[in-house]
Ligand binder design. Structure first.
Ligand code: GLN
Length: 205
C-alpha cells in the first residue's frame, strides 16, 4: 500500500487525507523534511499559496520538496497546490516562491471577482494515469488559478467545458506531477485521487 503524504502546513489537509484513504493509500501529514523523506508520493492541498510558500521556507521544506520533485517523486497539487507546482506564477505576491516542476505558467485568482468561487463541468482528455474513463468531472473552483500556458512536455488533462472561461486549462500532468485548479477532495468523487494513487504505485515499481 503506497504511503502518500499531505503537505500539512496550511489548507484542506484533512479532506485530502480522507480521499486518499478511500483510494486505498495510507495518508500521512508532512510538516518536516524527515516526514517528507518517508513518503512515496505527496499531495499539496488547496489553501493559500502565499502562506504555503512562507511556511515551506520557514520549515526548511522548500529545498527538500524541490529535491524530491527532481528525483521523480509523484506529487498531486490541487488549487494552491497547483500554483506550488508551477514553474511560473502570474499575479503572485512578489516574495512568493513555488516548488516548481511543471513547465507551465499559472495565473492566481484567475477567474475574477464575480466568479471567485463556482462549480462547473470539466471536460477530460487522455493522459490520466487510470480510472477517469467514467466521463466528465464536477469541478469545485475556489479562488482558483487557471493554466495560462504549458510547455511541450506537459499534457493537458482537462479544460472547462462551459461558461465564460470555457476552454481554459484546469488539469495538467508532466511525468509524475499532476495538478488541478479544482478540488476533487470536496466532491466525494475520488477518481482523481485514485488515479494519483495508481501513479504512485507505478512509480514505486
Ligand atoms: N487563491 C489561492 C492561492 O492563490 C488558491 C485558492 C485555493 O487553493 N482554493 O493560493
Amino acid at each position: 500500500t503506497p504511503v502518500i503524504g499531505v503537505l500539512a502546513l496550511q489548507g484542506d489537509v484533512r479532506e485530502h487525507a480522507v480521499a486518499l484513504a478511500e483510494a486505498d493509500a495510507l495518508a500521512r501529514p508532512v510538516r518536516r523534511p524527515e516526514e517528507l523523506a518517508e513518503v512515496d508520493g505527496l499531495v499539496i492541498p488547496g489553501g493559500e499559496s502565499t502562506t504555503m510558500s512562507n511556511l515551506a521556507l520557514a520549515f526548511g521544506l522548500m529545498e527538500p520538496l524541490r529535491a524530491r520533485v527532481a528525483e521523480g517523486m509523484p506529487v498531486y497539487g490541487s488549487c494552491a497546490g497547483m500554483i506550488m507546482l508551477a514553474d511560473k506564477v502570474l499575479d503572485g505576491r512578489d516574495d512568493q516562491q513555488s516548488v516548481g516542476g511543471i513547465d507551465m505558467t499559472v495565473r492566481r485568482n484567475a477567474f475574477g471577482r464575480q466568479n471567485e468561487s463556482f462549480e462547473s463541468t470539466v471536460a477530460l482528455h487522455g493522459g490520466w494515469a487510470t480510472g477517469l474513463e467514467g466521463g466528465p468531472l464536477h469541478g469545485v473552483f475556489i479562488r482558483a488559478p487557471w493554466v495560462e500556458s504549458v510547455g511541450a512536455g506537459v499534457e493537458v488533462l482537462a479544460e472547462l467545458a462551459s461558461g465564460p472561461a470555457a476552454g481554459r486549462i484546469v488539469a495538467v500532468r508532466q511525468g509524475n506531477l499532476l495538478a488541478t485548479s479544482f478540488h476533487p477532495e470536496l466532491t466525494g468523487d475520488h477518481r482523481v485521487h485514485a488515479s494519483f494513487v495508481d501513479l504512485v504505485r507505478a512509480a514505486a515499481r
